[in-house]
Design a protein around this ligand. Sequence first.
Ligand code: RIB
Length: 298
Amino acid sequence: MNRVLVVGSINMDLVVETDQIPTLGETLLGQSFTTHPGGKGANQAVAASRLGATVTMIGCVGSDVFGTDLINGLNRENIDTRYVRITDKAATGVAIITVSQSENAIIVVPGANHALMPDDLFAAESAFAEADVVISQLEIPLPVVQAAAELAARHGKPFLLNPAPAMPLPDSILQHTTLLTPNEHELAIVFSTPVDAWQQSLRLYPAKVIMTKGRDGAWFTNRNSELQHQPGFPVRAVDTTGAGDTFNGTLAAFWGGEMGEIARLACAAGALSVTRAGAQGGMPNREELFDFLKQQSF
Ligand code: RIB
């Protein structure tokens, strides 16, 4: 299995379950309030680790109870946290998540995630040298993502980038990116194209982009720019938070295999992840993933 280096965010998710998402100015009663470990970086690290990858995380949390809890949680998931810095200059990142009918609305307050600096990565350069694959997202400052991409390239390592939350990306990052993993809305923002122009964008970057499309699964192109589709796996969704992160963590864990097969594993893991509450709650381990796939007809 791969040695995966994750450069990314670590959040505490503050989750309210409600019958409907309130509109502006409206007050509603919710059904429950729970806290769950989250953050796109940490979620992807946990997804990869549960599948058997050896995972190291670079990130930053505050010197507060959430920060301590989150680091302890990552350690329990067998993730090497020696490069997770604790700062007293900002509070641990949080995500305020409203879950309704299995869908969600999220506000992220980055806090300490935005205290992560390129120097943190240079101090951890040996982790880049030791990794088989590096993965990052956009909940940390863009210069840090840039440094991650450059360090991965310097050490000849594949760099996977999940452009979430989306923003237009400079060529200096794209040129070092081995695989970009947006959903259809993120793809449109990254390339400043209309949402329905996704097929053209995928063809323009052969074998360089895999786009998730919710229940429809994932789309990508081969080296000849031919469109490929991995259908999604039907499941009963409880909470879709973290499905994209499970998809990404699985790609990193199995990176190096044939793209169609990796996409199938990632879609299956993503489907399983939505069957339980919390971003990390439903992420499967290796056995659960392969058992699930044995029951499928495609
Ligand atoms: O992708 C889901 C994650 O986005 C949540 O865990 C939340 O922390 C936000 O970062």
